[in-house]
Write a protein that binds this ligand. Structure first.
Ligand code: HEC
Ligand code: HEC
Ligand code: HEC
Ligand code: HEC
Ligand code: HEC
Ligand code: HEC
Ligand code: HEC
Length: 275
């Protein structure tokens, strides 16, 4: 959070959902002004959009003259519905310019690339509103976005109706998205693990996790959340998973340790997901 904390009030809470109400009194700084925005049902507090010295906001309709495709698709996204509450017409931080900065100089020059921000590599444009994501990508195990080896747009399309891609997409397509880079895990197998149908995110927190391999849980709970264990009467002390007595195995390590169900993503040789 170090990029943003300096502009947040010291004595205000910095949670996942910073409520606009808590901070409305603070609006009015300079380059790092805090703006309260609302989008449908959600209130968030954001930092000011990128700055371009001397440029003014012109609004999305002006961009449409030259970037018809982006504007058309963008209008279908949740981001297009973000509105800055306030007196009169305001376009600061709304629409295209919330990520690209004020566009007047770019427009007047007929499209000079040096006079507009392209947040291609930098996640900062996204972190200004998604503060919680900055924290997730700082966890010990994470996709190397802050390191510049990939970007938010490797998985999210900032313009298309697919900005919410992973979330709205059918599971099959989420896996396909991951497949671009993780072919081995996402490929079809002779013996599929049905868990894959619920998507990679049923086991992985793909922004970041405190567990290695970005697992949602680091121990047997990862598997037992779907595979109910049936405990026999206490005296017997046996634990069945499926029809098989797993009592001795559960003490030896995780379900996916060596010798057990190592082929968690599917197996070509064994229906019990073993190699
Ligand atoms: C008068 C036409 C025109 C208008 C209006 C216009 N642009 Fe552009 N824009 C261009 C041209 C031309 C390019 C350069 C395309 C190229 O070189 O490939 C460009 C490039 C861009 C790029 C890519 C910059 C890069 O470094 O890759 C972004 C981002 C962009 N425009 C955003 C905007 C936004 C946001 C608006 C509205 C505020 C806007 N444009 C309005 C003509 C325009
Ligand atoms: C949520 C943030 C966000 C918003 C809002 C946004 N963009 Fe972008 N835009 C990006 C990012 C990130 C990239 C870089 C994508 C990449 O190269 O992976 C980009 C790239 C571009 C490019 C360069 C495209 C290219 O192929 O090089 C243009 C042009 C552009 N945006 C125009 C617009 C217009 C017009 C709007 C409003 C309709 C808009 N953007 C709204 C984040 C945004
Ligand atoms: C001006 C503030 C702002 C900026 C900048 C911004 N977002 Fe958002 N974004 C929001 C709001 C508000 C929502 C509505 C849902 C929410 O609060 O999670 C949202 C929703 C999303 C969602 C869908 C969330 C859901 O629950 O369905 C994704 C994915 C997303 N943004 C990604 C990005 C990415 C990637 C970038 C940078 C390219 C970005 N956002 C930049 C404010 C912003
Ligand atoms: C490796 C792919 C990947 C990358 C990189 C990625 N995301 Fe996501 N994102 C996802 C997936 C998958 C989901 C859906 C998670 C789910 O449904 O459990 C998601 C969900 C979201 C959501 C909505 C749900 C939530 O967790 O709030 C937001 C907002 C979001 N991402 C923002 C971002 C931002 C901002 C970045 C860059 C800093 C980013 N993402 C980078 C894959 C990615
Ligand atoms: C644009 C390429 C790209 C996409 C798309 C992508 N990843 Fe990754 N993934 C990476 C990179 C790069 C690493 C880091 C590898 C490293 O550090 O050596 C990684 C690491 C991982 C790891 C940890 C691997 C390990 O050995 O620790 C997991 C798990 C993972 N990704 C799952 C996913 C899932 C699930 C998705 C889809 C939501 C996804 N990835 C989408 C590029 C990608
Ligand atoms: C049923 C839970 C589960 C699902 C679903 C799942 N994974 Fe995994 N994944 C794991 C476990 C467990 C590991 C760690 C294996 C280990 O450490 O031996 C792992 C490891 C990985 C790794 C690190 C390399 C490796 O194979 O050890 C990558 C990359 C990966 N998964 C990607 C994906 C992708 C992409 C998807 C969706 C197509 C996916 N995973 C779905 C449980 C799952
Ligand atoms: C999202 C739910 C889910 C998660 C998480 C999950 N599984 Fe599964 N798994 C299933 C479903 C559904 C089936 C198919 C029905 C069945 O056999 O119970 C299955 C089947 C299996 C099978 C084949 C059953 C057989 O006949 O031998 C094994 C082995 C297995 N899972 C191991 C694991 C392991 C190990 C983990 C943890 C890394 C895990 N599963 C996590 C849902 C899940």
């Amino acid at each position: 959070m170090k990029e943003t904390s300096n502009s947040m009030s010291q004595d205000k809470p910095q949670g996942r959902f910073l409520r606009a109400k808590a901070l409305t009194g603070l609006i009015g700084g300079v380059a790092t002004a805090i703006i309260a925005i609302s989008c449908a049902t959600v209130d968030r507090v954001v930092l000011a959009p990128p700055m371009i010295p001397g440029a003014k906001y012109v609004g999305m309709d002006t961009c449409a003259a030259c970037h018809e495709k982006e504007v058309k698709n963008f209008k279908l996204t949740q981001h297009a519905r973000i509105q800055i509450p306030g007196e009169g017409p305001r376009v600061e931080g709304e629409g295209c310019e919330s990520c690209h900065g004020p566009g007047s100089l770019h427009v007047d020059s007929g499209g000079d690339r040096k006079l507009i921000v392209n947040p291609r590599k930098s996640p900062e444009a996204c972190f200004q509103c998604h503060l919680d994501k900055n924290a997730e990508f700082s966890l010990q195990f994470h996709h190397p976005v802050k390191e510049g080896r990939m970007s938010c747009t490797s998985c999210h399309d900032p313009h298309g109706e697919d900005i919410l891609k992973p979330k709205e997409m059918q599971v099959g397509r989420v896996n396909q998205d991951c497949a671009q880079c993780h072919r081995e895990q996402a490929r079809p197998h002779v013996f599929e693990h049905e868990a894959m149908r619920e998507g990679c995110t049923s086991c992985h927190n793909v922004h970041g996790s405190i567990n290695s391999k970005m697992l949602t849980e680091r121990d047997n709970n990862l598997c037992l959340k779907c595979h109910a264990q049936i405990a026999m009467p206490k005296t017997a002390g046996q634990v069945f998973i499926g029809t098989f007595d797993h009592t001795p195995f559960l003490q030896q390590g995780t379900c996916f340790s060596a010798g057990c169900h190592t082929a968690v993503h599917g197996s070509d040789i064994n229906s019990h997901l073993r190699y």
